[in-house]
Design a protein around this ligand. Structure first.
Ligand code: UDP
Length: 513
């Protein structure tokens, strides 16, 4: 037997996972991490997405190729122009307008043809056919692909079990909640049946129970597809939310596996800094600057890949950081994506005023690696689930500044349940109200920015207790991802489940190949 034959036969024995991420950075990034973790668990992975998204993760692809990792990155042509979307709009953050989102979601099924065409090509390298399809829950159309391959289909869920359970309860009790929020003078009501007092707003009830008929129709399709899935993977860890995990699992009556925080996968620094996209900053200068700061002294301010601040809000936030008198890193993507006119000029002036104490990153920052640096002690975050989990994984306390969808409930988890953050105090509103977007709108005044961040970084005894809890959670997160830890076992259980299903099919003589 030649070494190639040995290599080939060892591959045929390994399980092959087909991964289909949703095209948005907050979904794409953890799926890439998941791909690498599956490989670390001795699986083969095909990662299929569109050209623009593959280009964004080019450094990861190059590194995987250079290290001969068994991950195939497959390009699926997404005919955006044919369906009236601008050229290159292959990710949610690239859409020129928020009112195109629903259309974008509705045309995701166009990926089915190129995927099926790819799957029909005979494999020359001796890889077995996929044994399992893992898709983001937005890709409802993968139900039929998995069925035609006769393999299990697992759903990958971005947010926590806490959020997933709350969302489920909001949908179930929509009518009562609508009455309760309408009657409440402050527009809030409490969610019943949870071990913590969790309040929700009128806007969350509307948003999460999809009161808009078009969104409701789309969500209905997603839910039906989710019902037929064989299991659910969640980027979270048991120690973080045991009660919510158990309750969510009971509700789902199908396997639910916790496999995170996925950001903690072991990787070399130069690859990890390009996680999601190439960094917009000279990483050497960034980390030299961080190395010069005192342990736990730096505040990171970043709002993820999608939401935008108005120009007026950027100015208020900047002034707040300027008077704060603590070192900070501020990621201002509004400068490069040109969605906020005037941001560039203002930031250039601001940068001069805070030179030495404040670092501005225009565009994309190596966020997970910055959070891992010992100098970083606090994080002002928009409460995207990945950002929260990355902060929890590194034991960093948060000032929560949510904008939309799951972010307000993520805030409740951090502030009310985990008690490792402070709320900036954002009033929930409908972010997608494009027509009424007011560029002069300020949600948080400069004095408030200064007060909240000072409380976060200092805050006396209460602040120290918060930091202590955050450090403890960080330790638990790392243990969960180490060999034998709860999330490590979670992923191993996924592999065992797929392996068992494959054996069962083979014994029943149902073709898997
Ligand atoms: N991210 C990053 N650099 C940036 C902005 C975002 O690395 O400049 C990463 C961040 O670490 C996280 C993801 O992008 O992994 C954003 O996901 P999240 O769920 O926090 O928010 P979203 O972007 O989906 O709103």
């Amino acid at each position: 037997m030649s070494s190639e034959d040995v290599e080939c036969s060892s591959k045929t024995k390994r399980l092959h996972f087909l991964l289909i991420p949703f095209m948005e950075q907050g979904h794409m990034i953890p799926m890439v991490d998941l791909a690498r973790l599956l490989v670390a668990h001795d699986a083969l992975v095909t990662f299929a997405t569109t050209p623009v998204n593959l280009n964004r993760i080019r450094p990861i692809i190059d590194q995987a190729t250079a290290s001969s990792l068994p991950i195939r990155f497959v390009e699926l042509r997404f005919p955006v122009v044919d369906v009236g979307l601008p050229e290159g709009c292959e990710s949610l953050d690239l859409l020129p307008s928020l009112d195109l989102i629903l259309h974008f979601l509705n045309v995701l099924s166009l990926l089915r043809d190129p995927l099926e065409a790819y799957l029909r090509i005979p494999d020359k390298a001796g890889w077995p056919k996929p044994a399992c399809l893992i898709s983001d829950n937005t890709h409802y159309w993968t139900v039929d692909v998995a069925r035609s391959l006769n393999i299990p289909r697992l759903i990958f869920h971005g947010p926590s079990c806490f959020f997933l359970l709350c969302e489920l309860l909001i949908n179930r009790h929509r009518a009562e909640l609508e009455v309760a929020v309408a009657a409440a003078s402050d527009g809030f009501t409490m969610l019943q049946g949870l071990p913590h007092p969790i309040r929700v707003s009128k806007h969350e009830v509307m948003m999460l129970s999809s009161s808009d008929p078009d969104i409701s129709k789309y969500m209905g399709t997603i839910r039906v597809a989710e019902e037929s899935a064989d299991g659910v993977l969640v980027n979270s860890f048991m120690e973080l939310e045991p009660w919510y995990f158990e309750r969510y699992r009971e509700e789902k009556s199908k396997p639910v596996w916790l496999v995170g925080p996925l950001s903690l996968y072991k990787e070399e620094l130069d690859v990890k800094v390009a996680r999601g996209r190439a960094s917009s900053v000279d990483n050497k200068i960034l980390f030299q600057w961080l190395d010069r700061q005192e342990v736990g002294s730096v505040v990171l301010v970043s709002f993820g890949s999608f939401v935008h601040n108005t120009m007026a809000q950027l100015i208020e936030l900047g002034h707040g950081l300027e008077t704060l008198g603590r070192p900070f890193i501020w990621v201002v993507k509004e400068v490069v994506d040109k969605k906020v006119p005037g941001a560039d000029e203002w930031i250039t002036e601001f940068e001069k005023r805070v030179e030495g104490r404040g670092m501005i990153i225009r565009g994309w920052a190596p966020q997970a690696v910055i959070l891992e640096h010992v100098a970083v002690g606090g994080f002002v975050t928009h409460c995207g689930w990945n950002s929260i989990l990355e902060a929890l994984a590194t034991g960093v306390v948060m000032a929560t500044w949510p904008y939309l969808y799951d972010q307000f409930l993520n805030e409740r988890l951090v502030v009310d349940v985990l008690k490792s953050g402070v709320a900036v105090g954002i009033e929930p509103t409908y972010y997608f109200d494009v027509e009424n977007r007011n560029e002069a709108e300020v949600k948080v005044r400069r004095e408030e920015v200064e007060r909240v961040v000072e409380n976060l970084m200092g805050g006396g005894e209460a602040g120290e207790e918060r930091r202590q809890r955050a450090r403890e959670l960080g330790k638990q997160a790392r243990t969960a991802m180490e060999e034998g830890g709860s999330s490590w076992k979670g992923l191993q259980d996924v592999i065992n489940y797929v392996s068992k299903r494959q054996r069962k099919y083979q014994e029943a003589n149902i073709s898997f190949e």
